[in-house]
Design a protein around this ligand. Sequence first.
Ligand code: AMP
Length: 448
Amino acid sequence: MSQPQYRTPKGTHDVLPEDHQYMTYIKKAVRHRCRQAGYKRIDTPLFEQKDIFERGIGEHTDIVEKELFLVSSKQKADDEPEFALRPEFTAGICRSYIEHGMQQLPQPVELYAIGQCFRHDRPQKGRYRQFHQFNLEVIGLKDPSIDAQLIHVLTKVFSDLKILDRLTMQINNIGTAENRIAFVEALKDFFIGKEHSLPELDRERLQENPLRVLDSKEEDTQILLKSAPTLEQFLDEESKLYHATLLEYLDALGVVYETNPSLVRGLDYYTQTVFEFWDSETKGQNAVGGGGRYDGLIELLGGKSTPGIGFAGGMERTIWHMKQAGVQAPNKDQVDVFVAQLGSEAKKTCLKLISDLREKGVHTLGALGEASLKSQMRLADKFEVRYALLLGKMEVKNSTIILRDMAAGKQKEIPLAKAIPTVIDLLGGAESLDTYTLKDQFVEIDED
Ligand code: AMP
């Protein structure tokens, strides 16, 4: 086979039908748990003013410094701002909270979003340039019980997806912005005169974003860090109490966690509570999701000082875990019935029959070409349908149809008028039909 001329760009992938079943399953679990807890869905644009990410996430974070995809246009006017594809949701959602005056709504405002994010990362397993996140935010009120409830909802989602037991929730409190400033100063002081022992990457980090040194995978750095000041030593009493209370609430809710004093998360906007769901085996590598409090972010983006906490889960990594755990996402695309026909009268009758079967909620395909019955049956086999309905010239004349059980390889002639109820019965009755009704109170539409 010749190589295709065009391929997906590096670090991106098509979400093929097999994986869409997982995507849909995850979205359903997220939507279900969010709805139970009063969250409402929000969608923000795929791109925003670059400034929002620079200010919000931090200019010297990897995400902004190295990984932003800039959006440009040949028509861009000189006074138009620069735009970037969103590398995460929180900054855009906070922009939306301010722009739409959501502080006027009853607080906290609970929002969730599901969609693509973009980071110009070096692609590798579990790390892509376009990926999907599900994202939860609680904005406008601060209390350890809010943090605990958010985390609890997430454990419910992971438990519904049957991967909670593969994950370990790591939690820490990184203190207020002031605590962090004091700690960073102490950390810089500690490394004075020791810079030469640091690998180059960490020397740079120390200059630009010293907290990231704590995340370093370099052995030399980790050895030095053993005698460095710790963030914990700089936490104020309020942060310590906040954290202790949060842990009590998590215990009360039965949430299992590991406290991790070196968990800092990469973004500038975090304050106090930070947490991540780690793969229990590979630890900090390829976390499935993470989040934390961002009490200064809304003010930083030009709003009134407003606390908030959020979480982002990676859908691709979640799917990977589901597959590892042997979780089979329900395949709702299975075709139940294949209708085959021969002759122009039969074709007309079958068009109507196919439409009526679909209307009743039976997944139905039909070969409406001119192929022989035999080759239509081969097609039915390939689609792995359970039943086939065959209508030839004789059957049209007799107002009958042939019903074939594909697995058993047996067939019988039945009255055409009985075809639909018979098929529905064989498929397991009304319960197994794919129908949805729009109710007044509750509209469940299978959108993406
Ligand atoms: P972060 O806020 O960077 O911790 O991202 C939250 C979650 O999004 C991570 O735990 C991953 O599951 C997912 N994620 C982040 N970056 C990527 C990426 N480049 N490719 C795939 N998933 C990602």
